[in-house]
Design a protein around this ligand. Structure first.
Ligand code: AP5
Length: 215
């Protein structure tokens, strides 16, 4: 099973992708998480990517495609993967077709999480991420005082630099100009893009996604 989760920043791709990965027992390949890990480890790739990420701009396609190839070469990805935050440009989408074909695979499902901009801005202002394990929280759901430590690994919860209001605006702009055309790209192909209302409780969205993959 190879599945893409599309959607604007803050639409819930990471949240839903983590739940799906557990249910389907396949890895989530989240290019944003891979990049943040490289930034934390201060690798050459991380240092290059950080400039783009902090500004809310997309990282160049060749860098991203190298990361995805490496992730798909891992044994755990042999049975499939959930792509979260990838592809984000039409060039990445075209390349993914080829990368999967090299492995005699093709996409099984594509879901687009639809969430209004005002909800996105609220969600990203309240997002906190565990600095150790990457688990995602929201102060709106837990209350500011209830989310200082990760309840999974007790790591410190931090606010992403790119969740600052100005940077969120830039990310939404990048989404509209570079990633929205990816939806049109897939709409014109044989695997349909399923629209899922992402502005509902996490469990309801997850229910619809599971239905979609079991179709
Ligand atoms: P990336 O990490 O992929 O960021 P993004 O796409 O902007 O998505 P987010 O992680 O912000 O949101 P999400 O949809 O995962 O939502 P989440 O589940 O966390 O990319 C970061 C940067 O890396 C990019 O800007 C770019 O620079 C670079 N990059 C990454 N991939 C790239 C690529 N392929 N090409 C080029 N550059 C790339 O939820 C958000 C919040 O809402 C959380 O607090 C969560 O708890 C809450 N929430 C989730 N669902 C619900 C719900 N149903 N109801 C209420 N609250 C909810």
């Amino acid at each position: 099973m190879d599945l893409i989760l599309l959607g604007a920043p803050g639409a819930g791709k990471g949240t839903q992708g983590a739940l799906l990965a557990e249910r389907l027992n396949i890895p989530k390949i989240a290019t944003g998480d891979i990049l943040r890990d490289a930034v934390r480890r201060e690798t050459a790739l991380g240092l290059e990517a950080k400039r783009y990420m902090d500004a809310g701009a997309l990282v160049p396609d060749d860098v991203i495609l190298g990361l995805v190839r490496d992730a798909l070469a891992e044994p755990e990805a042999e049975r499939g993967a959930i792509f979260d935050g990838f592809p984000r440009t039409v060039a990445q989408a075209e390349a993914l077709t080829g990368i999967l074909a090299e492995r005699q695979r093709s996409l099984d499902a594509i879901a687009l999480l639809e969430v209004p901009d005002e909800t996105i801005v609220e969600r990203l202002a309240g997002r906190r991420t565990c600095g150790q394990c990457g688990r995602v929280y929201n102060v709106a759901a837990n209350g500011e005082s209830g989310v200082s430590r990760c309840d999974h690994c007790t790591g410190e919860l931090i606010q992403r630099i790119d969740d600052a209001a100005d940077t969120v605006r830039r990310r939404l702009q990048e989404y509209r100009t570079k990633t929205a055309p990816v939806v049109a790209f897939y709409d014109a192909r044989k695997v349909p893009v399923r629209r899922v209302d992402g502005d509902r409780p996490v469990e309801e969205v997850q229910h619809d996604l599971l239905e979609l993959v079991h179709r």
